[in-house]
Design a protein around this ligand. Sequence first.
Ligand SMILES: [Cu+2]
Length: 956
Amino acid sequence: MEAAAANFHPDADTSLYKDDGVAAKRLLKELEDHRLLEKHHWFSLFNTRQREEALMLFDVLMNSKTWETAVNNAAYFRERVNEGEFVYALYAAVIHSSLGEGIVLPPLYEVTPHMFTNSEVIQKAYTAKMTQTPGKFRMEFTGSQKNPEQRVAYFGEDIGMNVHHVTWHLDFPFWWNDAYGYHLDRKGELFFWAHHQLTVRFDAERLSNNLDVVDELYWDKPIKEGFAPHTTYRYGGEFPTRPDNARFEDVDGIVRVRDMIIHETRIRDAIAQGYITAADGTKIDIRNSEGIDHLGDIIESSLYSPNAQYYGCLLYTSRSGVPIDMKLVLAVLCLAVGASAWPHLVNDNPADLAHRQQTVNRLLYRSTEPLRFDELEAAAANFHPDADTSLYKDSGVAVKRLLKELEDHRLLEKHHWFSLFNTRQREEALMLFDVLMNCKTWATAVKNAAYFRERVNEGEFVYALYAAVIHSNLGEGIVLPPLYEVTPHLFTNSEVIQKAYTAQMTQTPGKFRIEFTGSKKNPEQRVAYFGEDIGMNVHHVTWHLDFPFWWNDAYGYHLDRKGELFFWAHHQLTVRFDAERLSNNLDVVDELYWDKPIKEGFAPHTTYRYGGEFPTRPDNARFEDVDGIVRVRDMIIHETRIRDAIAQGYITAVDGTKIDIRNSEGIDHLGDIIESSFYSPNARYYGSLHNDAHVILGRQADPHGKFNLPPSVMEHFETATRDPAFFRLHKYMDNIFKEHKDSLPPYTAEEIGFPGVQLTRVGVEGKLETFFEDYEFDLKMAVDSSESANEVDVSAAVSRLNHNDFTYKFDIKSNAAKPAVVRVFLCPRRDSNGIIYTFEEGRWNCIEMDKFWTKLRRGANVIRRKSSDSSVTVPDVPSFQTLITEADKAVAGNSGFDFAHYARSCGIPNRMLLPKGSETGMEFALVVSVTDGASDEQHDALEDATTESHTQCGIH
Ligand SMILES: [Cu+2]
């Protein structure tokens, strides 16, 4: 067959064909012109062009005079056309060609298993293949028991029933043309009968399960039952889901709802009148024994329909008619942002930095697989965490608690998704964090980490370890590897993950391009480069690791101005997003309303490592209560109480005391109650507006838990900014903060004036120019490996925003030597209609570019400040592989390990310092202020700190 595929010339001898090679020549021409669908792409018979292609091949096979000719053609085209088209054409030909007589077609569920198997099971099969470990996996029917429809899923998902249905349609294809050689007798009648029987059998199964029989579909009523298929294409991502009660919408360019209604009306007219009107105007009587056959033909509608133009294609357009496609889818001086140092705790006997870095690398290396480094393996096997409680600051309380949970089998299994917004999962991760924070020595922390790495859920382990490295003095100086290389699933489209799996399964290295989610028909796609930027995602998750909402000062210290930084970091995220929108001719983000539809839907194209796809949400979904977690009215009540506090100027604490917020600490308290963090003075009263909003927004695809969907992108800081609704949500919070800011009296000239100092000139050296560049990151941790399967190199290439470096030049005159603080803001000048913002409107949209301390000399000062030194940003984190290589070299004594520059990854990526702007240039106002730095003089660290992103992330 390989020889036939290589050497056969389909059109060399046209006498081999019944049609003198017409069909073969047509298909060859399409092939030569590169018009055929690529390989490794989904195929759907309902896609007109794809069907045409499959049928061209079918035609060639049907016209082959001999078995040998058919086989040579099949082998030749198998290597050249899309696989789905090939399989379809071959099945149809074996069924319909006389040459195929007696051949048993293998069960399709074993030929194309993706179409018959849940994605959870497919995923396990991939892992088995990647690790060369045989396996047998249990398939569960789709959905949860909360969904009554799940009771009859065994019928609709029965692989034999599925084969029946597809085979019936292969035996009696709607596209059948008698020119293929014969007439399919009573096709229309059998169409009715086979589907009638399918319907009544389904009803009988429903009655067997105490369900009502099926009600019919109405074009003008909601589609009552939603559906989440938990099924993945071999190529092309997940099958789409549909929430409950979706309303039909026209499918652009394909079919409108009104078409369905008109065609139905015409068909029912025919029934009422007793005749069908053929294309030539003649009447075909249907009040006889052939009538049902004609009706079947027009309803299906098959090529046998006497008048498809008039009666339409009711059946097959209705399938695509489901609306799940998502339409292919300066006054800012009022802030002196927190920068108080986190205390440096006494560091007893730590290993040197290189050793510590190496150990952390090893603990995080392939976190879903067993440890593979001797020392750590030994600790995992032989260490007894509670054998010597003097190793712990808390005398072993935390470690005993975690061990007890482990013994009682209460901990989340491995190979399961983990979400910080899941209360129990967070508790578990924090129990481990607590153990690590209480270890007196580095050695104890490492042994515990190794021991629990092998015993707790991987997601919980990675979270606890990241948080401990950041917050424990033992972690000082360690560079945490970029999360997009440690847990790539949360940063990479499923299409690319899929390709990485194939690369590992076939042991073929590969580099795969990540496209931003969605199609160009979605205006939101224009700014997807921002919300999906892997560096921006790392900024967001790291900020929340630096300032966790669950932080309790009992861990050892107070996180200074956490509430204020919560406001400021998210305000900056919001205004930066708006600046990107304006750069792309989009209006700024509108806020979220609990009682209005969520305008933008979102299809994340992202898959969990374990647990299937991230849920999608169609456009204009309306908020529903999330069962057992949060109700819409709770959100409204909590918002009202928070806004009452703003209007009244005080927060009511748990004990009834009033906490004044019309002062410089007010914003900090407000941040605490809105997030809400553990610092909230009254969480019971003010609720958790931010966290609940993430959950309620995220769960709208499955608010009642019917479809067994895993948490959404909104329920992970890594992925939240991918969803445009994230920015709506934060605009909503930002406006609440603004209400508070607007309630404060303006600063006085005395407060912000700087007598004797004058900023006389501001210049910029270098062009303010942005561009997109390709960036490559490693996907090795996305695939499974084992001792019996070699690791292959797999990586992703993604387009990222970057800019040329530039330098500010400030000319400042001073009447004396004094410390000063320079702040730089970049403010969009015009709204999306080109109207210049008033000062009052514009100030709230300013992007903070830099803030630094400097010492002015008496007289003229020329201060140059490089864009790369911005205190808002961080440089690119070195790759995980670089960290491994460099730490290993340093441990071997071949070099030092000096990555202090990268020890923090909380700030905004420096390459995103400037908003994209536009090709023709975009107007911004550059706003600079110089104020008295005397009151900050005691923070020497700040004056040295040029690379730390303290502006949004504080110092530690
Ligand atoms: Cu956030």
